[in-house]
Design a protein around this ligand. Structure first.
Ligand SMILES: Nc1ncnc2c1ncn2[C@@H]1O[C@H](COP(=O)(O)OP(=O)(O)OP(=O)(O)O)[C@@H](O)[C@H]1O
Length: 274
C-alpha cells in the first residue's frame, strides 16, 4: 500500500475535511472564572486544503483545534470532520494530531512510536512495520527506525511525530505549533517537508501558529482571529503557487505577510490603564 492509498480511498477525497458552524466555547459557565474563549466561529477546510489559525495569545486557537479534535465539547454550534460529527470522527480516527512537544514515547523505538496508532487499530506486526518504514522514508528518517527518541534532534523528533500522525492515513492533520520550539532553519526545512507530504498524501491541514511568515508560507488560507472572545476577523487567501527556493523572497509572499499583519493589527489587544 502506498501512502496515497487507503482502505477507504483517497484521504480527503472531495469532502470538506472540517465544517464548523456557529461554534461557541465558554469555559466554566456560570462561575466567577467563566471565560468565553470562542464566539460564532464559522469555518470550512476543503479537501487537501492547508488552513492556518493565527491571532493574539489567548484568542482561542488551541481551543478551536481541540474542539475539532473533540478533546473539548462545544457550548454551542456544530463541528463536522470528514462529514461526521466530531465525536464520531474521533472514534473513527479521522484525523492525526501533532503538538509543539512531539509527545513521543521515550521507551519505544522510532518505528514503534510510528506504529502506535496502528497497534490501536489492530494491524498485524508485519503490516505495521511495513507502514512505519514507508512513513519514515517519507519524512527522511528511514535510517533511524531503530533509534530511541532521545537519540534524535528536536526537528527529527517532530518529523517522527508527523509520521505517527499520518500513520492511519487520516484525511485531516491537526497541528498546534508543531515547529514552535525549533530553530529557524530547521523550521523552514520542516515547513517544506510538511507541504511536500501534504501534497503527496492529499491530507487537509488545520495548523495553529504564532508566526506570520510560517502561516503565509504554508497556507492556502490564513484565518486571522481577534482577541478574546476569539472571532474570525479576516480570512486571507494566499496565492503563492508552488513553493520554491525563491518563494520566501517573492513579492506575493511579502504581500501576504503584510495583509495578515494588517488584519492582526486591527485585533490589537487594548491594555487597560493602570
Ligand atoms: N480548560 C480550560 N479551562 C478554562 N479556561 C480555558 C481552558 N482552556 C483554555 N482556556 C481559556 O480560553 C482562552 C483561549 O485559550 P487558548 O489556549 O485556546 O488560546 P490560544 O489562542 O491557543 O493561546 P496561545 O496563543 O497563547 O497558545 C484563554 O483565555 C484560556 O485561558
Amino acid at each position: 500500500m502506498t501512502v496515497n492509498e487507503t482502505s477507504t480511498g483517497q484521504p480527503g477525497g472531495t469532502r470538506p475535511a472540517v465544517q464548523v458552524a456557529g461554534l461557541t466555547k465558554v469555559f466554566n459557565p456560570g462561575r466567577p472564572d467563566e471565560v468565553t474563549a470562542l464566539a460564532g466561529i464559522d469555518l470550512t477546510v476543503g479537501p487537501g486544503e492547508f488552513v492556518s489559525l493565527i491571532g493574539p495569545s489567548g484568542c482561542g486557537k488551541s481551543t478551536l483545534l481541540r474542539l475539532v479534535a473533540d478533546l473539548v465539547a462545544p457550548t454551542g454550534g456544530t463541528v463536522m470532520v470528514a462529514e461526521r460529527p466530531a465525536r464520531r470522527a474521533r472514534r473513527d480516527r479521522a484525523y492525526g494530531i501533532a503538538f509543539q512537544q512531539s509527545g513521543l514515547l521515550d521507551w519505544r523505538t522510532v518505528s514503534r512510536n510510528v506504529e502506535l496508532p496502528l497497534e490501536v487499530r489492530g494491524w498485524s506486526r508485519r503490516e505495521r512495520q511495513a507502514r512505519a518504514r514507508e512513513l519514515l522514508e517519507l519524512v527522511g528518517l528511514a535510517d533511524f527506525a531503530g533509534h530511541y527518541p532521545d537519540q534524535l534532534s528536536g526537528g527529527m523528533q517532530q518529523r517522527v511525530a508527523i509520521a505517527r500522525a499520518l500513520a492511519g492515513d487520516p484525511p485531516l492533520l491537526l497541528m498546534d505549533e508543531p515547529f514552535g520550539a525549533l530553530d529557524e532553519m530547521t523550521r523552514e526545512r520542516l515547513q517544506d517537508e510538511l507541504l511536500r507530504i501534504c501534497a503527496r498524501t492529499g491530507t487537509s491541514t488545520l495548523f495553529v501558529t504564532h508566526s506570520i511568515p510560517e502561516a503565509v508560507y504554508l497556507s492556502d488560507r490564513v484565518v486571522v482571529m481577534s482577541a478574546r472572545p476569539g472571532r474570525i476577523v479576516e480570512i486571507v487567501d494566499v496565492e503563492l503557487g508552488e513553493r520554491t527556493e525563491a518563494t520566501r523572497q517573492s513579492p506575493p509572499f511579502f504581500t501576504g505577510i503584510t495583509r495578515v499583519r494588517q488584519a492582526l493589527r486591527g485585533t490589537a489587544v487594548t491594555v487597560p490603564a493602570p
